[in-house]
Write a protein that binds this ligand. Structure first.
Ligand SMILES: *Cc1c(COP(=O)(O)O)cnc(C)c1O
Length: 404
């Protein structure tokens, strides 16, 4: 007997759950795009987005998804034949490298595997070896959504400085913006990319590229009128923000989402909530793993785990069986294992991902974990007992009688 009817829960790492407030803000007829209000709204979004990323410098907003943000950043940072160093911790880092290569940029990949944060010493070594300073920018992921690995961005910045290398530092925050602590200016990042549909709780379709004064001074022959970040960051009027019709409804939705994040809840509380919910997921996997060595988190070091998404292994074939079971019988959709094949586990079926980004709270994550626990039992997949008890004890301790 399925128990799936009722409120479905999409717990994949983006697109994420959209708040009713965001949906309601978008439910309106078309505004007149020539109304000064539209320009004022774009300026207000740019201001909030700079606060969100932690930089007083520049932001360009595009109509596009995360892949568009990558290409926008690439086009403005590089000229044909320039070299990038991509520090990869999983599938998404590798994809950014692929896009750069296809645009005519030479890319060296520093492959840091799929289960640990990038090693700053290895980065320093590669940069020291680049004596002619051929590498124009170091690109990496804050969170690689496929592996669930979070990089230590200040440590990587320190490695670039220790090598005395002038390369720009560019970070993909598509899966971490509004979830994981991030301070662009303080951490010395030159270029940051993100998109609307993950931690920012807005439909897919808006891409953001923040850039420093150092990055703004670049000249690039890959840039075209649409992707050029200069005009978008210093618009003379609303037209120059968008190079055409503004994404009117996305703008209204994003304004509401940023209001929720920055002013109603507050960014540090948003980060703390994601941290607590991530710990809930880790606690469940640890307990399940007590009874089955195949069940384990992909990233052993808690400091290197994302707060927005968790990748875990359930065992060959069982991750897919569990995902299908919870969707059909409990209305919960989990993320597939992505790029998680390894020599030890050539079958990505062994992995799945739990999204806990954006508009998510204790009853959603606890519900997802309890439903997974139920699925393990129904499918007779061996697992340690008491996971849900361990999770509620952990969260009760974290939250305490007075709240986080
Ligand atoms: C989702 C994601 C992307 C791709 O974003 P799209 O909107 O699907 O194009 C790139 N990088 C990371 C880290 C992501 O999480």
């Amino acid at each position: 007997m399925p128990l799936a009817n009722g409120l479905p829960y999409l717990a994949i790492p983006g697109p994420s759950v959209m708040p009713e407030r965001v949906l309601r803000a978008m439910h309106r007829s078309s505004p007149n795009i020539y109304d000064p209000e539209q320009g004022e709204l774009a300026a207000a979004l740019a201001k909030d987005l700079r606060e969100l990323a932690g930089t007083p410098d520049h932001v360009a907003i595009y109509i596009g998804n995360g892949h568009a943000a990558w290409e926008a950043a690439n086009a403005n940072m590089f000229s044909r034949g320039d070299k990038a160093l991509l520090v990869s911790c999983g599938h998404f880092g590798q994809s950014w490298a692929g896009h750069a290569r296809a645009m005519g940029i030479e890319v060296e990949v520093l492959d840091c595997g799929r289960s640990a944060a990038a090693d700053p010493e290895r980065l320093e070594e590669v940069l020291r070896a680049d004596k002619s300073h051929h590498i124009k920018a170091v690109l990496t992921t804050h969170v690689d959504t496929a592996s669930g690995v979070k990089n230590d961005i200040p440590a990587l910045r320190a490695a670039i400085d220790a090598a005395g290398h002038p390369a720009l530092f560019a970070v993909d925050c598509i899966a971490s913006m509004g979830c994981d602590e991030y301070r662009m200016k303080e951490w010395g990042v030159d270029v940051t990319v993100a998109a609307s549909q993950k931690g920012l709780m807005t439909p897919p379709g808006m891409a953001f590229v923040w850039f420093s004064d150092k990055a703004a001074a670049l000249k690039s022959d890959l840039s075209t009128p649409y992707w050029d970040w200069q005009m978008r960051a210093k618009p003379k009027d609303f037209w120059h923000y968008w190079h055409g019709t503004p994404p009117t409804h996305h703008m209204a939705g994003l304004a509401e989402a940023l209001q929720m994040i920055l002013r109603d809840e507050g960014l540090s509380k948003v980060w703390a909530r994601h941290d607590a919910l991530a710990q809930a997921v880790w606690t469940a996997f640890d307990a399940w793993g007590q009874g089955n060595a195949d069940i384990r988190l992909n990233v052993a070091d808690p400091a290197a785990r994302a707060r927005s998404v968790t990748a875990g292994r359930i065992g060959a074939k069982d991750a897919t069986r569990l995902r299908k079971w919870v969707e059909a019988n409990a209305g919960l959709t989990l993320g597939i294992g992505l790029g998680m094949q390894s020599e030890a586990d050539p079958n990505a079926d062994g992995a799945l991902r739990v999204g806990h980004m954006g508009h998510v709270n204790a009853h959603q994550t606890l519900g997802a974990l309890a439903v997974m626990d139920m699925g393990l039992k129904a499918l007779d997949i061996p697992h340690g007992a008491g996971a849900i008890d361990a999770v509620t004890r952990h969260l009760a301790r974290l939250v305490g009688p007075a709240g986080l």
